[in-house]
Design a protein around this ligand. Structure first.
Ligand code: IFM
Length: 443
């Protein structure tokens, strides 16, 4: 039987813009995702986060839901423009009060809060001054981290600075499919640096305001493997590993930016100032790992390439992402044995499937249960191999706004009827409750 350590933390994750709604309530400022989703053509079906799951008003019910599922911990994010509507300066007390009540409610329910400071909803006012490509945004982030941790740091003891800087920089400033929708390598590169700098500068502030807290950062990571053992395919895989994984892992581990990738960008990284790389390499207590899939790389231009030996399993989620649980084992092993972070959490893992509310009033999402069970088993194998994995947060607690896909993709353990805001635990939620109770995915 697969078992987990007795103190293993089972949780679920969400993010502010994806669930809260109340986009302009109680003094909240506009975020780049408000602006982006209100711009025609940017999000599937014209969907916006204006109402989302209305969690801003329904949070007491949502905490009851979490308690019913037996969650040990809840990972949520704080909306920067609720706290500092202009990004810096004037504090919006109503925003702080919202998160303060949420944290108190979680603690009363016996659920440990894990708070992420930045899950993509940058104050639009800061974007108007240049956004993440501007160093001043990293400076403003420190002010924001200070304000939040001064108010919540007595009760929140698990902090994550950023969620997925690769996505923020690459999808937002290079590919243009996320807010603010820019397509410019010369914005993406400094954005990635200023995100890491914001992280590095904020860590000591969080430690100062939140004694005994554990502080980390969350990266989206996945093995990038060659389709064959040829030199060309290995080089292709190595490049993608560098761009997506090492570009963030190496600097936070004190190794600087990977030289092969620096060379490939053919740019002067003249935005890096003395002391930056040391600040970015500040020791962290844990790394948060968001794992969804792997990448298989083939150099189609290579002459006489070797036959492919690594194939897609043929199993995909509704996002089109290959289901490959073994890669979670490989990834966790690599992170531990190659980078030696003091502790790891899976801060996101889960799957979108075309869930249907059946006539019997239930959502029979056997494919999600199968996905999660196999990933939990991989995580257990990694722990058995010596990886200090401390907990696992399923993405997501409930269906929500899936960025440029709007509400068309459902990742939740809990089904949300967006017309009525009714929450209906899917079969996977009831199964997850048993996993937590028994501490085994064989449940
Ligand atoms: O919904 C997102 C989340 O906000 C960040 N990580 C990936 C999830 C699924 O795409």
């Amino acid at each position: 039987m697969t078992t987990f350590p007795s103190d293993f933390i089972w949780g679920a994750a969400t993010a502010s813009y994806q669930i809260e709604g109340a986009w302009n309530a109680d003094g909240k400022g506009e975020s780049i995702w408000d602006r982006f989703s209100h711009t025609p053509g940017k999000v599937w079906g014209g969907d916006t986060g204006d109402v989302a799951c209305d969690h801003y008003h329904r949070w007491p019910d949502d905490i009851r839901l979490m308690a019913d599922l037996g969650l040990h911990a809840y990972r949520f994010s704080i909306a920067w423009p609720r706290i500092l509507p202009d990004g810096r300066g004037q504090i919006n007390q109503a925003g702080l009060d919202f998160y303060s009540r949420l944290v108190d409610g979680l603690l009363e329910a016996g659920i440990t809060p894990f708070a992420t400071l930045y899950h993509w909803d940058l104050p639009q006012a800061l974007q108007d001054e240049g956004g993440w490509p501007a160093r001043t945004t990293a400076e403003a982030f420190v002010e924001y981290a200070d304000v939040v941790s001064q108010h919540l740091g007595d009760r929140v003891k698990n902090w994550m600075t950023l969620n997925e800087p690769w996505v923020i920089a690459s999808l937002g400033y290079l590919m243009g499919v996320h807010a603010p929708g820019h397509q410019d390598l010369d914005e993406m590169l400094p954005a990635s640096h200023h995100l890491l700098l914001a992280h590095g500068w904020a860590v000591p502030v969080l430690r100062r305001n939140s004694p005994d807290a554990e502080v980390g950062i969350v990266l989206n990571l996945g093995p990038q493997v060659p389709a064959s053992p040829s030199a060309a395919d290995r080089a292709a895989a190595r490049y993608f590993d560098g761009v997506t994984n090492r570009w963030y892992l190496d600097p936070i581990s004190g190794r600087g930016y990977p030289a092969d990738i620096v060379q490939s960008y053919q740019r002067e990284l003249d935005y890096i100032q003395p002391g930056d790389m040391d600040a970015i390499a500040v020791p962290i207590d844990f790394l948060g790992v968001n794992y969804y899939t792997r990448g298989i790389h083939r150099d189609n231009a290579a002459k006489d390439n070797l036959p492919e030996t690594v194939h897609h399993t043929g199993e995909s989620t509704e996002m089109g992402w290959e289901v490959h649980p073994e890669s979670l084992y490989d990834l966790l092993g690599r992170l531990h044995f190659e980078y030696r972070f003091p502790a790891l959490y899976v801060t996101e893992n889960g799957a979108a499937y075309p869930d249907l509310l059946s006539d019997d009033g239930h959502v029979h999402d056997a494919d999600r249960i199968s996905y999660l069970r196999r990933h939990f088993q991989s995580a257990a194998r990694a722990i058995a191999a010596g990886v200090p994995l401390k907990g696992y947060f399923v993405w997501s607690l409930m269906d929500n706004f899936e960025w440029s896909f709007g509400y068309s993709k459902r990742f939740g353990l809990v089904y949300v009827d967006y017309e009525t805001q009714q929450r209906i635990p899917k079969d996977s939620a009831l199964w997850y409750k048993r996993v937590i109770e028994t501490n085994t995915p064989d449940a």
